[in-house]
Design a protein around this ligand. Sequence first.
Ligand code: ZN
Length: 560
Amino acid sequence: MKSEPKWKSGSGPFAKSTLPWRFFFPFWFLLLTALPTLVSFIIDYKFASGRYLIINFTWATAFLFLHQLLFKRWFYYTGVATFALLGALELFHWCLLGTPPTTTSLLVTANTNYQEALEFMELKGGRVFLLFLPYLATTFMAFREAAPKKLLAKYPLLYGSIALAMLVFFVENGVNQRFMRKASPRLVNLCYVFVDEISFYREVLEEKRPKALVVQQNADAEQHTFVLILGESMNKRHLSLYGYPLTTTPKLKSRADLLVYNDVVSSYSNTIQSVLAMLTTSNLENTLVPEQSVDIIDVFYSAGFETHWISNQSPVGLWENVITVFANKADHRRFVNTTSNTSFESTLSISYDEKLFEPFQEALSSSASKKLIVVHLMGSHSAYAKRYPSRFEQFPVKGSDVEKTKAAYDNSILYTDYIVDSLFNAISHFSRTLNNACYTALFVSDHGENVYDEAGGVGHDHTGQLLRAHVEVPLLVWLPETYRIRYPEKTQQLLKQRSLPFVTDDLFHAILDLNFIDVKEFDGKRSLFNPAFNKTRQRILEDGHDYDLQPKRHNRLKNN
Ligand SMILES: [Zn+2]
């Protein structure tokens, strides 16, 4: 009888070893399963977890064992391919962001369209990909390593004990209902949680019909319009309106009809979670799911308002942008950024926020006597230099990469200053001729942006450390003379509370308060514009970060 084929092309350091375990654990395959975790320890040991070494090892063993038991090579190759793919994605995340993948980062990625992804890469630079070369080499070697044969029959005791240990690990976690959480590779676990979350969002939001609520309206005006302008990635410290030394908001600063709120932070550092929290009764404490919460479209619809959603953000993401689904509840929807996602070329094109002017005018002139108009800007989304026309390049984009990025960001703020000011002018112009009207508007950014203000970084992905720059946002209320005369008491309240600490997850209540709309879900303690406002609320933001406990070292503005 022919002797059993040995480890033919075993090429790892153990190839010459006589120990039986070298057969069971092909070196390169083992290295492949461990590499992302080993690299994560080098990148940031605080976020690394050795648990995944054991989990991946156990799974690798399972593939190898099936191979041994059934003599099917493809078990081995499937194992290698699975770990190569999962590991590549995990490594990619670690190298690019310096932190492990989380459900939030998956949610952000899923709602990022191709153009955003491309711009993100531009911003972060491509050097990290060099780290991928050793990984590719390991994958290649693992595939080349021939799978061992019939070793189970040769070392039954050893293999039997390993199989038993593996089985105990899986069964123990399964019985305790933590198989997905505690016994699966990191990305499998994350995808499971993520798919669960996203399907839940879709289920609820796809109804696309506003909920009918019992509403009490205390405004006595015949004509009533509220405009909500949602900014994008605007760090308030880059606005001269908030003391930035460069003149980035000349138009807004010269307005006498604007109330500036000084101590406002967003609850999250990403668009989806932040905007959903702003517009619904869900907040950092109750974290209501959409089916339990009520949003401003429900409320204004129930109060007899015609609802408009006008957006320059791309309506399409990998899973369809969650906010788009939310916007679909409005009576009228206009997405002006239609150039994205159609082809590779179009993803590189530009969609300036001034495209919103025309549909905004149309919404304003609609014959309905009561209107809610939500305007979603592209604002200062990366890449900053693509957010403004050349005539707004007041701060020259030159010098080092950091200087260029900062200048482009400031130019995008200058452009948003023009956009928001123009929108206020349009409402002002439109409502001037109306008697017996209540017109008001509110501008807020979805979250902040770190533009080398802190920790030497750029972007708004919170990834571990939530910085002040990620969440400090401008909040402005446009309050025309007509409103001030008609509602002097509320005006006094609005003026008085400009410096109180606020988190935008309670914006829902503030918006209702500003518009004298009452529903049973309204809570005066959560409204920045209410005498009952709770100014001692602890600002525990995303992932438990206590904003007010954060070091204030970066309070020093750049260029100071
Ligand atoms: Zn955003």
